[in-house]
Design a protein around this ligand. Structure first.
Ligand code: G3H
Ligand code: 13P
Ligand code: ZN
Length: 322
Protein backbone atom coordinates (compact mmCIF):
# COMPACT_ATOMS: atom_id res chain seq x y z
CA UNK A 1 0.00 0.00 0.00
CA UNK A 2 1.17 3.61 -0.50
CA UNK A 3 2.14 5.88 2.41
CA UNK A 4 -0.90 6.55 4.60
CA UNK A 5 -1.95 9.39 6.89
CA UNK A 6 -2.39 8.71 10.60
CA UNK A 7 -6.19 9.18 10.60
CA UNK A 8 -7.17 5.53 10.35
CA UNK A 9 -4.25 4.35 12.51
CA UNK A 10 -5.23 6.70 15.34
CA UNK A 11 -8.92 5.84 15.19
CA UNK A 12 -8.15 2.13 15.54
CA UNK A 13 -5.52 2.78 18.22
CA UNK A 14 -7.88 4.97 20.25
CA UNK A 15 -10.68 2.41 20.10
CA UNK A 16 -8.33 -0.52 20.67
CA UNK A 17 -6.42 0.95 23.65
CA UNK A 18 -2.98 0.85 22.07
CA UNK A 19 -0.56 3.38 20.52
CA UNK A 20 1.41 3.68 17.30
CA UNK A 21 5.18 4.01 17.62
CA UNK A 22 6.66 7.09 15.95
CA UNK A 23 10.32 6.39 15.40
CA UNK A 24 12.85 8.95 14.16
CA UNK A 25 14.76 7.99 11.03
CA UNK A 26 18.14 9.34 9.94
CA UNK A 27 19.70 6.66 7.75
CA UNK A 28 19.09 3.38 5.94
CA UNK A 29 19.91 1.05 8.84
CA UNK A 30 17.41 2.81 11.10
CA UNK A 31 14.63 2.67 8.47
CA UNK A 32 15.34 -1.02 7.87
CA UNK A 33 15.59 -1.96 11.57
CA UNK A 34 12.26 -0.30 12.38
CA UNK A 35 10.30 -1.56 9.40
CA UNK A 36 11.64 -5.12 9.63
CA UNK A 37 10.36 -5.18 13.24
CA UNK A 38 6.96 -3.90 12.05
CA UNK A 39 6.85 -6.52 9.33
CA UNK A 40 7.58 -9.30 11.83
CA UNK A 41 5.07 -8.09 14.41
CA UNK A 42 2.42 -6.94 11.90
CA UNK A 43 2.36 -3.41 13.26
CA UNK A 44 1.52 -0.08 11.64
CA UNK A 45 4.20 2.57 12.13
CA UNK A 46 5.01 6.27 11.84
CA UNK A 47 8.46 7.07 10.46
CA UNK A 48 9.35 10.60 11.47
CA UNK A 49 11.94 13.00 10.18
CA UNK A 50 13.22 16.00 12.14
CA UNK A 51 14.65 19.19 10.69
CA UNK A 52 18.02 17.89 11.91
CA UNK A 53 17.53 14.60 10.06
CA UNK A 54 16.78 16.50 6.86
CA UNK A 55 19.90 18.60 7.36
CA UNK A 56 21.96 15.44 7.97
CA UNK A 57 20.65 13.05 5.32
CA UNK A 58 18.86 15.32 2.82
CA UNK A 59 15.10 15.32 2.19
CA UNK A 60 15.32 13.29 -1.04
CA UNK A 61 17.44 10.51 0.47
CA UNK A 62 15.08 10.17 3.42
CA UNK A 63 11.96 10.15 1.23
CA UNK A 64 13.49 7.53 -1.05
CA UNK A 65 14.55 5.34 1.91
CA UNK A 66 11.01 5.48 3.26
CA UNK A 67 9.59 4.73 -0.21
CA UNK A 68 11.90 1.70 -0.37
CA UNK A 69 10.53 0.53 2.99
CA UNK A 70 6.98 0.91 1.63
CA UNK A 71 7.87 -1.26 -1.37
CA UNK A 72 9.61 -3.88 0.76
CA UNK A 73 6.77 -4.04 3.31
CA UNK A 74 3.60 -3.68 1.22
CA UNK A 75 1.19 -4.84 3.92
CA UNK A 76 2.43 -2.49 6.67
CA UNK A 77 0.63 0.87 7.01
CA UNK A 78 3.45 3.46 7.11
CA UNK A 79 2.98 7.20 7.67
CA UNK A 80 5.77 9.70 6.97
CA UNK A 81 5.74 12.53 9.49
CA UNK A 82 7.66 15.77 10.01
CA UNK A 83 8.81 15.89 13.65
CA UNK A 84 8.90 19.33 15.34
CA UNK A 85 8.28 21.51 12.30
CA UNK A 86 9.26 25.00 13.41
CA UNK A 87 7.78 27.09 10.60
CA UNK A 88 5.02 27.18 8.00
CA UNK A 89 7.69 27.06 5.27
CA UNK A 90 9.25 23.84 6.60
CA UNK A 91 5.83 22.20 6.94
CA UNK A 92 4.86 23.33 3.43
CA UNK A 93 8.07 21.96 1.99
CA UNK A 94 7.40 18.54 3.58
CA UNK A 95 3.73 18.56 2.51
CA UNK A 96 4.75 19.42 -1.05
CA UNK A 97 7.52 16.81 -0.83
CA UNK A 98 5.35 13.78 -0.07
CA UNK A 99 4.97 13.63 3.74
CA UNK A 100 1.55 12.42 4.90
CA UNK A 101 1.68 14.12 8.29
CA UNK A 102 3.43 17.15 9.78
CA UNK A 103 3.93 18.57 13.25
CA UNK A 104 3.91 22.31 13.70
CA UNK A 105 5.55 22.93 17.05
CA UNK A 106 4.79 26.41 18.31
CA UNK A 107 4.57 25.21 21.90
CA UNK A 108 7.21 27.64 23.11
CA UNK A 109 5.23 30.62 21.73
CA UNK A 110 2.31 32.41 23.41
CA UNK A 111 -1.10 30.69 23.15
CA UNK A 112 -2.55 33.03 20.49
CA UNK A 113 0.55 32.83 18.31
CA UNK A 114 0.58 29.02 18.62
CA UNK A 115 -3.06 28.98 17.45
CA UNK A 116 -2.44 31.35 14.56
CA UNK A 117 0.63 29.51 13.19
CA UNK A 118 -0.92 26.06 13.69
CA UNK A 119 -4.11 27.11 11.91
CA UNK A 120 -2.14 28.32 8.92
CA UNK A 121 -0.38 24.95 8.60
CA UNK A 122 -3.66 23.05 9.10
CA UNK A 123 -5.33 24.96 6.26
CA UNK A 124 -2.50 24.21 3.83
CA UNK A 125 -2.06 20.60 4.99
CA UNK A 126 -5.75 19.68 4.84
CA UNK A 127 -6.03 21.17 1.36
CA UNK A 128 -3.32 18.67 0.37
CA UNK A 129 -4.66 15.61 2.21
CA UNK A 130 -2.05 15.82 4.98
CA UNK A 131 -2.76 15.69 8.73
CA UNK A 132 -1.30 17.96 11.42
CA UNK A 133 0.00 17.39 14.95
CA UNK A 134 0.27 20.44 17.20
CA UNK A 135 1.61 20.89 20.74
CA UNK A 136 0.46 22.60 23.92
CA UNK A 137 2.80 22.72 26.93
CA UNK A 138 6.59 22.44 26.80
CA UNK A 139 8.97 19.56 27.41
CA UNK A 140 12.45 19.91 28.86
CA UNK A 141 15.39 19.13 26.59
CA UNK A 142 16.33 19.90 23.01
CA UNK A 143 13.69 19.89 20.28
CA UNK A 144 15.78 20.51 17.20
CA UNK A 145 17.22 23.98 17.80
CA UNK A 146 14.86 24.94 20.62
CA UNK A 147 16.41 24.22 24.01
CA UNK A 148 14.07 24.19 26.98
CA UNK A 149 16.18 24.44 30.13
CA UNK A 150 15.57 22.28 33.19
CA UNK A 151 12.84 23.84 35.30
CA UNK A 152 11.47 25.87 32.36
CA UNK A 153 9.11 23.17 31.10
CA UNK A 154 5.38 23.53 31.77
CA UNK A 155 2.65 20.92 31.85
CA UNK A 156 -0.21 21.26 29.40
CA UNK A 157 -3.11 23.24 30.88
CA UNK A 158 -6.21 21.08 30.29
CA UNK A 159 -8.47 24.15 30.33
CA UNK A 160 -6.81 25.34 27.09
CA UNK A 161 -7.12 22.21 24.96
CA UNK A 162 -10.71 22.47 23.66
CA UNK A 163 -10.28 26.05 22.48
CA UNK A 164 -6.90 25.17 20.91
CA UNK A 165 -8.17 22.14 19.00
CA UNK A 166 -11.40 23.84 17.89
CA UNK A 167 -9.72 27.00 16.69
CA UNK A 168 -6.77 25.32 14.94
CA UNK A 169 -8.50 22.25 13.48
CA UNK A 170 -5.39 20.14 14.27
CA UNK A 171 -5.72 16.35 13.97
CA UNK A 172 -3.74 15.31 17.05
CA UNK A 173 -2.26 17.06 20.06
CA UNK A 174 1.09 16.56 21.79
CA UNK A 175 0.89 17.32 25.50
CA UNK A 176 3.40 17.74 28.30
CA UNK A 177 2.81 15.41 31.26
CA UNK A 178 6.38 14.89 32.47
CA UNK A 179 8.19 13.27 29.54
CA UNK A 180 11.18 15.04 28.00
CA UNK A 181 13.63 14.64 25.15
CA UNK A 182 17.00 12.88 25.28
CA UNK A 183 18.65 10.23 27.44
CA UNK A 184 18.70 12.28 30.67
CA UNK A 185 15.05 12.87 31.36
CA UNK A 186 15.29 13.45 35.08
CA UNK A 187 17.95 14.82 37.38
CA UNK A 188 19.09 12.30 40.00
CA UNK A 189 17.70 14.54 42.77
CA UNK A 190 14.19 14.19 41.24
CA UNK A 191 14.42 10.38 41.53
CA UNK A 192 14.65 7.66 44.12
CA UNK A 193 17.03 4.67 43.73
CA UNK A 194 15.95 1.03 43.72
CA UNK A 195 17.84 -1.81 45.40
CA UNK A 196 20.18 -2.09 42.36
CA UNK A 197 21.06 1.59 42.65
CA UNK A 198 19.15 2.42 39.47
CA UNK A 199 17.29 5.72 39.41
CA UNK A 200 13.50 5.52 39.56
CA UNK A 201 11.85 8.65 38.13
CA UNK A 202 8.71 10.38 39.40
CA UNK A 203 5.48 9.21 37.70
CA UNK A 204 3.94 10.96 34.71
CA UNK A 205 1.02 13.33 35.35
CA UNK A 206 -1.80 10.96 34.47
CA UNK A 207 -4.23 13.37 36.11
CA UNK A 208 -3.41 15.93 33.39
CA UNK A 209 -3.80 13.28 30.66
CA UNK A 210 -7.17 12.21 32.10
CA UNK A 211 -8.44 15.78 32.27
CA UNK A 212 -7.31 16.45 28.68
CA UNK A 213 -9.02 13.24 27.47
CA UNK A 214 -12.25 14.16 29.24
CA UNK A 215 -12.29 17.49 27.45
CA UNK A 216 -11.39 15.96 24.06
CA UNK A 217 -13.27 12.67 23.85
CA UNK A 218 -12.07 10.46 21.00
CA UNK A 219 -9.22 12.84 20.11
CA UNK A 220 -5.71 11.35 19.62
CA UNK A 221 -3.07 12.52 22.08
CA UNK A 222 0.68 12.34 21.40
CA UNK A 223 3.56 11.82 23.81
CA UNK A 224 7.00 13.09 22.84
CA UNK A 225 10.15 12.27 24.77
CA UNK A 226 9.04 8.70 25.41
CA UNK A 227 12.25 6.71 25.23
CA UNK A 228 12.72 4.36 28.16
CA UNK A 229 16.53 4.53 28.03
CA UNK A 230 16.97 0.76 28.58
CA UNK A 231 19.52 0.27 31.32
CA UNK A 232 21.08 -2.69 29.49
CA UNK A 233 22.10 -0.36 26.68
CA UNK A 234 23.37 2.28 29.10
CA UNK A 235 25.47 -0.40 30.88
CA UNK A 236 26.84 -1.60 27.52
CA UNK A 237 27.79 1.92 26.48
CA UNK A 238 29.56 2.45 29.81
CA UNK A 239 31.23 -0.98 29.72
CA UNK A 240 32.71 -0.39 26.27
CA UNK A 241 34.29 3.00 26.75
CA UNK A 242 31.28 5.32 26.80
CA UNK A 243 30.29 7.72 29.53
CA UNK A 244 26.57 8.05 30.20
CA UNK A 245 26.17 8.32 33.95
CA UNK A 246 22.63 8.38 35.33
CA UNK A 247 20.93 8.25 31.93
CA UNK A 248 17.26 7.59 32.63
CA UNK A 249 14.01 7.39 30.70
CA UNK A 250 10.28 6.81 31.08
CA UNK A 251 9.43 3.43 32.63
CA UNK A 252 7.75 1.12 30.12
CA UNK A 253 4.73 0.42 32.38
CA UNK A 254 3.90 4.12 32.39
CA UNK A 255 3.94 4.26 28.61
CA UNK A 256 1.79 1.13 28.42
CA UNK A 257 -0.72 2.79 30.72
CA UNK A 258 -0.75 5.95 28.56
CA UNK A 259 -1.20 3.84 25.40
CA UNK A 260 -4.27 2.18 26.91
CA UNK A 261 -5.73 5.65 27.50
CA UNK A 262 -6.07 8.37 24.84
CA UNK A 263 -2.40 8.40 23.78
CA UNK A 264 -2.29 7.17 20.17
CA UNK A 265 1.29 8.17 19.19
CA UNK A 266 4.43 7.59 21.24
CA UNK A 267 7.69 9.18 20.04
CA UNK A 268 10.94 7.26 20.35
CA UNK A 269 14.33 8.41 19.14
CA UNK A 270 16.90 8.22 21.95
CA UNK A 271 16.38 4.46 22.40
CA UNK A 272 17.32 3.94 18.73
CA UNK A 273 20.48 5.98 19.21
CA UNK A 274 21.33 4.00 22.34
CA UNK A 275 20.69 0.62 20.72
CA UNK A 276 23.01 1.46 17.85
CA UNK A 277 25.74 3.10 19.91
CA UNK A 278 25.85 0.35 22.54
CA UNK A 279 26.19 -2.34 19.88
CA UNK A 280 28.73 -0.46 17.78
CA UNK A 281 30.88 0.19 20.86
CA UNK A 282 30.68 -3.49 21.80
CA UNK A 283 31.54 -4.54 18.27
CA UNK A 284 34.60 -2.29 18.12
CA UNK A 285 35.79 -3.51 21.54
CA UNK A 286 35.43 -7.15 20.49
CA UNK A 287 36.71 -6.73 16.91
CA UNK A 288 39.35 -4.00 16.90
CA UNK A 289 40.57 -5.22 13.52
CA UNK A 290 37.23 -4.53 11.75
CA UNK A 291 37.02 -1.51 9.51
CA UNK A 292 34.21 -2.36 7.07
CA UNK A 293 31.14 -0.30 8.17
CA UNK A 294 28.88 -3.22 7.26
CA UNK A 295 30.53 -5.26 10.00
CA UNK A 296 29.39 -2.93 12.78
CA UNK A 297 26.26 -1.49 11.20
CA UNK A 298 24.76 -4.95 10.81
CA UNK A 299 24.55 -5.67 14.57
CA UNK A 300 23.47 -2.05 15.13
CA UNK A 301 20.55 -2.52 12.71
CA UNK A 302 19.66 -5.87 14.31
CA UNK A 303 19.60 -4.18 17.74
CA UNK A 304 17.21 -1.49 16.45
CA UNK A 305 14.94 -4.20 15.07
CA UNK A 306 14.92 -6.16 18.33
CA UNK A 307 14.32 -3.05 20.43
CA UNK A 308 11.46 -1.83 18.20
CA UNK A 309 9.80 -5.28 18.19
CA UNK A 310 10.00 -5.30 21.99
CA UNK A 311 8.32 -1.86 22.16
CA UNK A 312 5.59 -2.87 19.74
CA UNK A 313 4.68 -6.00 21.68
CA UNK A 314 5.33 -4.96 25.27
CA UNK A 315 4.79 -1.21 25.37
CA UNK A 316 2.73 0.08 22.44
CA UNK A 317 0.49 -2.95 21.92
CA UNK A 318 0.34 -2.29 18.15
CA UNK A 319 1.28 -5.84 17.09
CA UNK A 320 -1.20 -7.65 14.85
CA UNK A 321 -3.09 -4.42 14.17
CA UNK A 322 -2.57 -4.06 10.41
O1 G3H B 1 12.67 15.57 19.40
C1 G3H B 1 13.78 15.43 18.95
C2 G3H B 1 14.13 14.21 18.19
O2 G3H B 1 14.80 13.29 19.02
C3 G3H B 1 14.92 14.56 16.97
O3 G3H B 1 16.22 14.91 17.32
O4 G3H B 1 16.58 17.07 16.15
O5 G3H B 1 18.52 15.68 16.91
O6 G3H B 1 17.10 14.94 14.98
P1 G3H B 1 17.17 15.71 16.27
P1 13P C 1 13.16 10.68 23.01
O1 13P C 1 14.35 11.58 23.11
O2 13P C 1 12.62 10.34 24.37
O3 13P C 1 13.41 9.47 22.20
O4 13P C 1 11.99 11.51 22.29
C1 13P C 1 11.90 11.57 20.89
C2 13P C 1 10.90 12.56 20.42
O5 13P C 1 10.06 13.04 21.13
C3 13P C 1 10.96 12.93 19.00
O6 13P C 1 10.06 13.95 18.70
ZN1 ZN D 1 9.71 15.33 20.25
Amino acid sequence: MPLVTTTEMFKKAYDGGYAIGAFNVNNMEIVQGITEACQETHSPVILQVSKGARAYANHTYLIKLVEAAVIENPEIPIALHLDHGDSFELCKSCIDGGFTSVMIDMSSRPFEENIEETKKVVEYAHAHGVVVEAELGTLEGVEDEVVVEAGQASYTRPEEVEEFVTRTGCDSLAIAIGTSHGAYKFRPEQCTRNEKGILVPPPLRFDVLEEVSKRLPGFPIVLHGSSSVPQDFVAMVNQYGGNMPDAIGIPEEQLRKAAAMSVCKINIDSDIRLAMTANIRKHFAEHPEHFDPRQYLKPARAAVKEMVAHKIINVLGSNDKI
